[in-house]
Design a protein around this ligand. Structure first.
Ligand code: HEM
Length: 115
């Protein structure tokens, strides 16, 4: 794996830390709102993930079904996170809050367990 690939994978993991960490802080501080760490995190996930997908395809070892599912989940998360942040919502609905945390965890699970 070359340095560019490793650097992108590293950034991808930092993006995951930002999006999930932002959500955890909101939960544990009982704010139940979405923050810019989550917004930047999901943007980094989408940007680095798409390039990683391109690299894996070029190498001929992309799992298209898995990465397609990840892409759709990340796109959905992007919308679910961006709208409350842009509208500066002080609190998101309970279902929306928990669904977002669960979807982030499911997407990371797809990354790790679907081989
Ligand atoms: C919330 C969104 C996302 C989360 C939480 C997430 C999480 C992760 C995690 C934890 C890994 C590391 C897995 C491992 O090394 O075993 C990973 C790798 C990867 N992700 Fe994502 N991801 C997200 C979005 C995306 C998107 C949108 C794409 C592109 C379709 C993508 C493509 C990839 C690829 C290609 C790898 C493999 C990198 C490598 O082994 O070089 N990810 N992702």
């Amino acid at each position: 794996m070359d340095l560019v690939h490793l650097a992108l994978r590293y950034l991808h993991l930092l993006g995951f830390a930002a999006v999930f960490g932002g959500w955890l802080v909101s939960w544990l501080s009982r704010k139940f709102n979405f923050n810019t760490a989550m917004l930047y995190g999901i943007a980094v996930q989408l940007a680095t993930g798409i390039v990683l997908y391109g690299l894996a395809s070029a190498d001929g070892d992309a799992n298209h079904a898995k990465l397609g599912v990840k892409f759709l989940l990340a796109l959905l998360l992007g919308v679910m996170i961006a709208i409350p942040v842009w509208k500066k919502r002080e609190k998101v609905a309970d279902g929306h809050f928990w669904a977002t945390g669960a979807l982030i965890a499911v997407t990371a699970g797809v990354a790790v367990f679907w081989q």
